[in-house]
Design a protein around this ligand. Structure first.
Ligand code: ADP
Length: 757
């Protein structure tokens, strides 16, 4: 008998299997004829286009009969019973002949029970399909099923069970068990259909809900906006913050945090303690400018003009600033190297920072670091603290109102560290271009990009700046002004500004150059011009009173009137001494306020070899005293007895500011030499330099300031360490012209020149 392979199909007695006419003919080797009997063989796998053999098939097949040869091109085979496959023969054309035996069913299903089961499963199938719109169309068709064979015919191809499981239904001898297996597969299928249908529905309703929510929100926003516009005074804090957060263009992390805090504010309600804190936080966050500023090219000539117009002199600093702007233009960046302006107060460090901002057409903000001891001052307090605040850097950014200000970090040398962390290391992070794009203030707790900020730092001295911080910066010295420069600054800047601020026009007040010179020499003692500015302001105030009272129509201030106008006595200056005696020598010192001269006085009194040191002394200077004594003893061995039999008193009179130690070594040695040799050192000679035990003169700092002070005090000749000769480049010509400068290698050279050796 002809055998036809089937795969992945449920074939039970009573069910129908359909084959395409030509497929059937191809497999059978002839066309189908009604009433032909065929054996249906269950393939173990999909055997399309394989050479057929017995082991490809399961051992139980089904005997069927062709009932229709052409239903729309299909052949219908009705399954009638089951067979045991015995032998399969395959011919050259891949057609199969089969020898088989009948395999009876075990008829253990009561007809009543079968009816009942059939009814139940039909009802369930109908219930499921009517969930779908097309369900009603097939309902009538289902209700006509009269056997499980018909159920299998219609539903078998949809069942979600494997080929093996489908075969298992046929393989089962017990009819009731067979029906049971079929029903289980059908119920599972119905459940699956239900679940996926429910999931689809749920998804649909979720989507619908989301659409609805979005639409409602939009409407609410629109209505709220209308209301806000009608009554701007009624907009609630929360609403205002909400608008500000939306408009602030924050980075994602910041926005997320802001919305989170806003959510908490809503929950807290405005009577809670925390509400105010949260409000302050969001107020701060939204007042910052988050949007990056556009980089713009700066015209160098214009920038140069701006710098020139605001500050007199300062050639080197201005030159360096212009270079920086040029590099920023080329790099298309808003920041560059960090410049550190170092010099005495009033030398224009901070104000030139302001001019840089003007030249760059950017905002300026000054952050004072004087007295900062805690890390939190730089990086803010965590918000968990009561009264927590942002750090000074972020506060500065807020004040500037932009994301790319020129930020002057003032007095960076006055940072100190405490048990509350090291502010310098926090500052390192601020200034480090690798890290500062995500600078996170503790208060803000979200990163802010500082990479667009141009930092400029100022300091009086580099001595106290921590090394790692100093390494990040480029030091530009502001060595103070000569008297001539000060006159120019007063004439061109300070006086006109003072007069303008008090509303005094040029024709009402005349201050001639000589008067200005006198103010500089007799009423100020400084490297910068801060004192001068104060004096000129005071002068203008007094003049304003006189003019307003009508005492005079116009005023002309001569040096003589200064005492009255400035309401102060001329200062007593440390000028070179006129009369002197052995043991006194003029030194030059550097202080934070600029340069100063100092007199080292030494005296022997009868005693027992004690050394008494008085005056303002740093520890280092005390060491210098020891070195000087040893040195003098070795240079003048005959003096040893003098030191033994007398007490030595060393005094450094005057000086409110501690003077630096090492550079007084040469002066101490010379004073002691002068004392033991009882030879006067010429008073208009001054000196600076450290000495070694071998008598070598070593280099010192602050040469420009010291030489300026020497000129101010009337010194004619100065000895400087030979290694400092290079620094003379930094010294104004006017100063160099007024001094004889003698570089020395050894202290002996000084003694020789002063004729005390
Ligand atoms: P610093 O920061 O070095 O202590 P400031 O920048 O505060 O000094 O300067 C003090 C005052 O002196 C400011 O009013 C400044 O305008 C003025 N000033 C300093 N140097 C100059 C200068 N070269 N030209 C014009 N004004 C100057």
């Amino acid at each position: 008998m002809i055998a036809i392979p089937i795969y992945n199909t449920v074939a039970i007695p009573g069910s129908h299997i359909y084959f395409k006419g030509e497929v059937f003919a191809d497999i059978a080797g002839r066309d189908a004829k009604t009433k032909d009997e065929v054996v249906l063989l269950f393939a173990r796998e999909n055997i399309q286009e394989q050479v057929l053999s017995q082991d490809l098939f399961f051992p139980i097949g089904a005997l069927g009969r062709v009932t229709e040869t052409d239903i729309n091109g299909y052949v219908e085979v009705k399954v009638e019973s089951r067979v045991d496959v015995e032998t399969i023969m395959v011919d050259d054309e891949n057609h199969m002949e089969i020898i088989f035996g009948h395999r009876p069913d075990i008829e253990d299903l009561e007809p009543e029970k079968e009816k009942e089961e059939l009814k139940k499963i039909k009802a369930d199938i109908i219930k499921t399909v009517t969930r779908f719109q097309w369900g009603n169309m097939v309902r009538g068709f289902i209700s006509k099923w009269e056997s499980f064979g018909e159920v299998a015919t219609s539903i078998a191809h949809r069942l979600l069970i494997s080929n093996e499981d489908k075969y298992a239904i046929l393989e089962t001898d017990s009819v009731s068990h067979r029906v049971e297996l079929l029903c289980t597969a059908i119920y599972e299928f119905l459940e699956m259909t239900k679940i996926s249908n429910e999931a689809e529905e749920a998804q649909e309703s979720d989507n619908r809900k989301a659409y609805r929510e979005a639409a409602i929100k939009k409407q609410m926003e629109y209505l709220q906006k209308e209301l806000d516009e009608m009554h701007p005074e009624n907009i609630s804090d929360i609403r205002k913050l909400e608008i500000r957060i939306e408009e602030a263009q924050m980075n994602e992390t910041a926005k997320e945090e802001a919305l989170k805090v806003l959510g908490r504010m809503k929950m807290e309600g405005n009577h809670s303690n925390e509400y105010g804190m949260l409000y302050d936080y969001l107020d701060f966050l939204t007042s910052l400018k988050w949007k990056k500023a556009r980089q713009r090219n700066i015209d160098l000539n214009e920038a140069q003009e701006t710098l020139e117009s605001e500050h007199y002199g300062l050639k080197k600093a201005k030159q360096r600033i212009i270079q920086q702007i040029a590099v920023m233009n080329l790099n298309k960046k808003q920041s560059g190297s960090i410049l550190l302006f170092v010099g005495a107060p009033g030398t224009g460090k901070t104000s030139i920072g302001q001019s840089i901002a003007k030249a760059l057409k950017r905002e300026y903000v000054r952050v004072s670091l004087g007295g900062v001891r805690d890390e939190a001052d730089i990086r803010g307090h965590r918000r968990t603290y009561i009264g927590a605040m942002p750090g000074r850097i972020m506060d500065g950014i807020k004040k500037s109102g932009v994301s790319n200000p020129v930020m002057v970090l003032d007095e960076i040398d006055k940072l100190s560290s405490s048990y509350n962390g090291d502010p310098a290391s926090a500052l390192l992070e601020v200034l480090d271009p690798e890290q500062n794009s995500t600078f996170t203030d503790h208060y803000m707790n979200v990163p802010y990009d500082l990479s667009q900020v141009l930092f400029v730092c100022t300091a009086n001295s580099i001595d106290t700046i921590p090394e790692p911080l100093l390494n990040r910066m480029e030091v530009i010295p502001f060595s103070g002004y000569t008297a001539t420069e000060k006159v120019q600054i007063a004439k061109k800047h300070l006086l006109p500004k003072a007069m303008k601020s008090m509303g005094i026009s040029e024709d009402l007040l005349k201050v001639n150059e000589e008067t200005i010179r006198t103010i500089i020499s007799d009423y100020t003692a400084e490297a910068g011009v801060r004192g001068l500015k104060k004096r000129l302001n005071a002068l203008c105030r007094v003049a304003a009173v006189k003019l307003v009272k009508g005492e005079k129509k116009a005023l002309r201030i001569s040096p003589k009137k200064l005492r009255e106008y400035l309401d102060a006595k001329p200062m007593r200056h440390d000028n070179v001494l006129e009369n002197t005696r052995p043991g006194i020598v003029t030194g030059l010192a550097w202080t934070r306020a600029g340069g100063e001269i100092l007199f080292i006085e030494t005296l022997f009194t009868k005693g027992s070899g004690k050394t008494i040191v008085t005056g303002q002394l740093g520890d280092v200077m005390k060491e210098s005293v020891q070195i000087a004594i040893t040195l003098v003893k070795s240079m003048f061995p005959e003096s040893t007895n003098l030191f033994k039999e007398n007490d030595l008193h060393i005094h450094i009179p005057q000086g409110a500011v501690p003077k630096d130690g090492p550079s007084a070594g040469i002066t101490l040695t010379t004073a002691l030499a002068s004392l033991v040799r009882q030879k006067v050192a010429k008073p208009d000679y001054a000196m600076t330099g450290e000495v070694s035990l071998r008598g070598g003169v070593m280099p010192i700092g602050g040469l420009p300031e010291k030489l300026m002070a020497a000129v101010r005090a009337g010194v004619k000749t100065v000895f400087i360490p030979e290694e400092n000769v290079e620094d003379l480049e930094e010294v104004a010509k006017e100063v160099k012209d007024k001094l004889e400068i003698i570089p020395v290698k050894e202290v002996g050279q000084v003694l020789e020149r002063l004729e005390i050796s």
